[in-house]
Design a protein around this ligand. Structure first.
Ligand code: NAI
Length: 335
């Protein structure tokens, strides 16, 4: 049986890494049918809209999208397309795994295998009530945390732990100082944790969590946290395992899910055919897990690891000299 997914080829290095990813997915025989849709600068040029209605309709229909990075033009009143997409489909869970891979430039050769689960729709990124006083001396921005938002993200983290055999969930917060918003998140996290006695629950203040992640990342399994802390912590975790070229992310809601690389459009190397396709490939593996193809997800991850181990077709960011498609072909040959 085939499954139709929406594919957004994106801007900058987007089309290059997407072509490489689809090549590998085809070799995997995952039975996927692609519905291509435009977004970003490409869509603005073609349709006069950064996020055309046809693209939103396509995601709405297929409920699953694989997306390359998009650039939002700076200035001109454009809202970030990524933020708009998350809001439009209420993609509340941003799931970012960080795992040690062989032959990367990471300081930790091995032992990191954690997932950051970040609340994606509220908190400091709500950007409500932003104000700068008339004299330019004072600026204010609002943060809103809800019981509903906190409960569903913490529950998502615990369910993810149960479904993937993980043992521990760490709630990261700053409730000692930000007693209202971070306090509510922590209160709800404790309540939800009590319903999962089979999973160890740990609480950690965000500044300590950052230090612990750098000192002893192997102690973490799943981290769950609010929007701003999650954004920063997940990039820190990407750094622990060798950078953005290996960092995938899923944006998951009740009715739709969008899978993407954490990195951006890399304008400095766009069009040269030298971008590392692994982050998008790893996002595709997350997508395969999500659509009920865990064996194919594992085959794909193993082929990526085997290619990193063999070190024969790596892109420049990993110390090699191969192109994007050669890297993808080497991965596909190991499936
Ligand atoms: P970036 O992630 O595009 O690039 C940062 C550095 O990492 C650059 O030196 C780039 O060459 C390198 N890099 C990134 N991905 C790579 C890959 N796959 N292989 C090898 N090297 C790679 O971040 P930057 O420059 O801050 O953002 C550029 C554009 O991307 C901006 O317009 C931004 O809005 C957009 N962006 C889009 C995102 C999305 O669609 N999810 C996420 C982040 C940024």
């Amino acid at each position: 049986m085939t499954q139709k997914i929406t594919v957004i080829r994106g801007d900058g290095i987007g089309p290059e890494i997407m072509d490489a990813t689809l090549y590998v997915l085809d070799q995997l025989g995952a039975g996927l049918e692609y519905e291509f849709a435009d977004a970003g600068v490409v869509a603005l040029e073609k349709h006069g809209d950064l996020m055309p209605k046809e693209t939103l309709d396509s995601i709405e229909r297929n409920r699953i999208a694989l997306k390359s990075p998009l650039s939002t033009p700076i200035g001109g009143g454009f809202t970030s397309i990524n933020v708009s997409l998350r809001r439009h489909f209420d993609l509340y869970a941003n799931v970012r795994p960080a795992k040690s891979f062989p032959n990367t430039k990471s300081r930790f050769g091995e032992g990191v295998d954690l997932i950051t689960v970040r609340e994606n729709t509220e908190g400091a990124y709500l950007a409500e009530g932003q104000e700068v006083s008339a004299d330019g001396q004072t600026a204010i921005s609002g943060t809103r945390i809800t019981r509903k938002g906190s409960e569903r993200i913490v529950r998502y983290a615990f369910e993810l732990a149960r479904n993937t055999g993980r043992k521990k969930v760490t709630a990261v917060h700053k409730a000692n100082i930000i007693k209202s918003t971070s306090g509510l998140f922590l209160t709800v996290a404790r309540e939800v944790a009590a319903q999962y006695p089979d999973i160890e629950f740990q609480e950690m203040i965000v500044d300590n969590a950052c230090m612990q992640l750098v000192m002893r990342p192997e102690q973490f399994d799943i981290l769950v946290t609010t929007n701003l802390f999650g954004d920063i912590i997940s990039d820190l975790c990407a750094g622990l395992v060798g950078g953005l070229g290996l960092a995938p992310g899923a944006n998951i809601g009740e009715h739709a899910a969008i899978f993407e690389a954490v990195h951006g459009t890399a304008p400095d190397i766009a069009g040269k055919g030298i971008a590392n396709p692994c982050a998008l490939l790893l996002a595709a593996a997350q997508m395969l897990d999500h659509i009920g193809q865990p064996q194919n997800a594992e085959r794909l991850r193993k082929a990526i690891v085997a290619t990193l181990e063999a070190k024969d077709s790596l892109t420049g960011d990993l110390g090699g000299s191969a192109g994007t498609m050669d890297f993808a072909k080497a991965i596909a040959s190991r499936i």
